[in-house]
Design a protein around this ligand. Structure first.
Ligand code: UTP
Length: 314
């Protein structure tokens, strides 16, 4: 295994070294696929969703990654571990491309694991990271929420934290009819384009009471003060300890900024969005794309929907 290079104080992440990846949710929207497999391990083309997320953290300079796992701990742990037997078999066959693909997951970062006993909510999952993170700012990347590798969202958020301190969340404008699916931020403009002051947050509000159409998406750079708040955060919407509620309280006494993201994001925890993501990324791949795109074009041009059964009629 290639040794990771330890960070120095001059690292471009400006003091943020650790990423927390919550992956202990029940994934009920994806049942029955998620009965015995975490949704974060569902393949997006040929890598599990969570690997893209760890690659993003690593690319932003965060090489200490804590996975918060639930009842499917083994699958995630094994994926980011070495697989000696498999590696030896590929080596013996001289299959260096696959050997590299298998090894790369275990070389991305120093990966740690902690168990969230019961899935009491995202806020609780983040609180489980307290002893590992300690008194330092840290990033949270949701394990089923993919940001395209060509985007620089996390780096921008780390830069905002470095310049202003406090906490930074990622926001995306959504159609008002969709805001009830997200945490929603009340915002004030700041002096900087693409950055806003967050004055309040509400988890999954109805369109009528939503303070804006700024949806919270799965990237956060948090001040460690959030842990004290989470300790006393009561279960909120859905009976879960909500990270949104804790950040809302943090915003009363501390700076919380939002970085408004307008790039490519893929929510692989949602079935339809998962399918779109796989098709899109497969189309863009240099190895699979050309053949897959021409098949897809033909397929779309020729099919006819049998509305009765919801199945395709040739
Ligand atoms: P979601 O609300 O998308 O996850 O949580 P879920 O509850 O698994 O999804 P559904 O609605 O039942 O399909 C966002 C992120 O927080 C993690 C999830 O794994 C996901 O990455 N999470 C959520 C935890 O780690 N622990 C929890 O208790 C809840």
């Amino acid at each position: 295994m290639t040794p990771m290079t330890p960070h120095t104080t001059s690292h471009p992440t400006h003091g943020v070294r650790k990423a927390v990846v919550p992956a202990a949710g029940l994934g009920t929207r994806f049942l029955p696929a998620t009965k015995a497999t975490p949704k974060e391990m569902l393949p997006v083309v040929d890598k599990p969703a969570i690997q893209y997320v760890v690659e993003e953290a690593s690319a932003a300079g965060l090489d200490d990654v804590l996975m918060v796992t639930g009842r499917h701990k083994r699958a995630i742990e094994d994926h980011f571990d070495q697989a000696s037997e498999l590696e030896r078999a590929l080596e013996a066959k001289g299959d260096l491309a696959r050997l590299h693909a298998v090894r790369s997951a275990s070389q991305l970062a120093r990966i740690h694991h902690i168990r969230q006993g019961d899935p009491l909510g995202l806020g609780h999952a983040v609180l489980c990271a307290r002893s590992h993170v300690g008194n330092e700012p840290f990033a949270v990347l949701l394990g089923d929420d993919l940001i395209d590798e060509r985007e620089t969202l996390l780096k921008v958020m780390l830069d905002v934290r470095a310049r202003y301190g406090g906490s930074v969340i990622a926001l995306m404008e959504v159609d008002p009819s969709q805001i009830h699916l997200y945490g929603c931020a009340a915002v004030k403009p700041s002096d900087e384009t693409g950055v806003v002051h967050v004055t309040g947050l509400v988890e999954k509000p109805s369109r009528e009471v939503a303070p804006s159409n700024y949806a919270v998406i799965g990237r956060y750079v948090l001040d460690p003060k959030v842990f004290e708040v989470l300790e006393r955060t009561e279960p909120g919407r859905g009976g879960e300890i909500q990270l949104t509620d804790a950040i809302e309280e943090l915003a009363l006494t501390d700076e919380v900024r939002g970085v408004v993201f307008t790039g490519r994001r893929y929510d692989t925890g949602d079935k339809a969005e998962y399918l779109r993501t796989v098709v899109r990324l497969a189309c863009e791949r240099s190895d699979l794309g050309p053949e897959f795109r021409s098949w897809l074009t033909e397929f779309v041009a020729t099919f006819d929907i049998d509305l009765e059964g919801g199945r395709l009629a040739a």
